[in-house]
Design a protein around this ligand. Structure first.
Ligand SMILES: NC(=O)c1ccc[n+]([C@@H]2O[C@H](COP(=O)([O-])OP(=O)(O)OC[C@H]3O[C@@H](n4cnc5c(N)ncnc54)[C@H](OP(=O)(O)O)[C@@H]3O)[C@@H](O)[C@H]2O)c1
Length: 262
C-alpha cells in the first residue's frame, strides 16, 4: 500500500527507543524526513538516519527550541507531529492517593500533557501551512484510571481531551488531530532495568520475565502477549497518511481487547 508520505517532514518526540523509535523507523521507511527528539540519542536512533535534537521535553522552554531546530533542519516545512513522549514511573505501583506528592503530579503532567501542548503550540504555524497532521500517543489507562498510577492516567485523559478539542478547531483549517491509545507494549517502560515494569514485578514478587509472561492474561489481552512497538508505529503512520484524510479527532485504541465495554 502506498501511504503517499514520500517527501513529507515530521517531528517525533520520545524518539530514542520504544514506540517513538519504531515510528521514526516506519516514517523513514516511507520516505519521510524525520527529526527525532529525546534526552539521549541512542545508537538505534542515530542508525535510522533521522535528524536528532537532544532535549528534556518536560522543561517548559524545550518544545519551542526543538521545533525551531527541527524547522531549520527541515527547510522550514513540517507536515507531521507525533507527540509520543510520556511515561508514568514517578509513582510506585500500589501507591495510594495520599502517597503521591505535588512534585509527582507536576512532573507527570509536564511530560504527558504539557510537552504535547507546548510543542503543538510551537509547531502549529508550520503545520497549518502544510495542512498537516498531529498524532498524540495516549494510553488505555486514560479510560481505566484505576489500573495505572493515577497522575499518569489523569494526564493521559487530559491529553485525549486536548486532542479532541483542538481537532474541532484545526480540522476545518486542514490539520488533522488524532490519538492512539496502546495497552501494554513491549518497550523499556516494562523491560528496562529501572523501569515501571521492574517496579510492578517487585510489587508482584516476581522476576520481570515472569511478570511479562503473566501480565497479558491478567489484563485480559486476548492475544496472550504484549503489543509490539511496531504495531503502534504502523497505526501512527497510517493516521499520518492522506489515506486517513477523513479520520479527525479519533482515539484509536490498540489494546488487544483489554477494554471490555461496548
Ligand atoms: N509501553 C507501554 O506499555 C505503553 C502503554 C500505553 C501508552 N504508552 C505511552 O506510549 C508512549 C511511548 O512509550 P514507550 O513505552 O515507547 O516508552 P519508552 O520505551 O520508555 O521510551 C520513552 C521515550 O521517551 C523519551 N523520553 C522520556 N522522558 C523524556 C523527556 N523528559 N524528554 C525527552 N524525551 C524523553 C525516552 O528517551 P530518553 O530517555 O533518551 O529521553 C524514549 O525515547 C508514552 O507516551 C507512553 O506513556 C506506553
Amino acid at each position: 500500500m502506498d501511504l503517499k508520505l514520500e517527501g513529507k517532514t515530521a517531528i517525533v518526540t520520545g524518539a530514542s527507543k520504544g514506540m517513538g523509535l519504531a515510528t521514526v523507523r516506519a516514517l523513514v521507511g516511507e520516505g519521510v524526513t524525520v527529526v527525532g527528539a529525546s534526552r539521549t540519542v541512542t545508537p538505534e536512533l542515530a542508525e535510522t538516519g533521522a535528524y536528532t535534537v537532544a532535549a528534556d521535553l518536560s522543561a517548559p522552554d524545550a518544545p519551542s527550541r526543538v521545533v525551531s531546530e527541527a524547522l531549520a533542519r527541515l527547510g522550514g516545512t513540517l507536515d507531521l507531529l507525533v507527540n509520543n513522549v510520556g511515561g508514568g514511573d514517578s509513582v510506585p505501583p500500589g501507591a495510594g492517593f495520599l502517597d503521591v506528592d505535588e512534585a509527582s503530579w507536576q512532573s507527570t503532567f509536564e511530560l504527558n500533557l504539557f510537552a504535547a501542548v507546548r510543542i503543538t503550540r510551537a509547531a502549529l504555524p508550520a503545520l497549518l501551512q502544510a495542512r498537516g497532521a498531529i498524532i498524540n500517543v495516549s494510553s488505555d489507562a486514560a479510560s481505566r484510571p484505576a489500573t495505572a498510577p493515577l497522575p499518569y492516567a489523569v494526564a493521559k485523559a487530559a491529553l485525549n481531551a486536548f486532542g479532541k478539542g483542538i481537532s474541532e478547531e484545526l480540522g476545518p483549517q486542514g490539520v488533522r488531530v488524532n490519538t492512539v491509545s496502546p495497552a501494554a507494549t513491549r518497550t523499556a517502560l516494562w523491560e528496562g532495568e529501572q523501569s515501571f515494569g521492574a517496579n510492578v514485578a517487585a510489587a508482584m514478587g516476581m522476576s520481570q520475565r515472569q511478570m511479562i509472561e503473566a501480565m497479558p492474561a491478567q489484563m485480559g489481552m486476548l492475544t496472550g502477549r504484549f503489543i509490539e512497538p511496531e504495531e503502534i508505529a504502523d497505526a501512527i503512520v497510517y493516521l499520518a497518511s492522506p489515506l486517513a484524510s477523513s479520520v479527525h479527532g479519533a482515539n484509536w485504541v490498540i489494546d488487544a481487547g483489554v477494554s471490555k465495554t461496548v
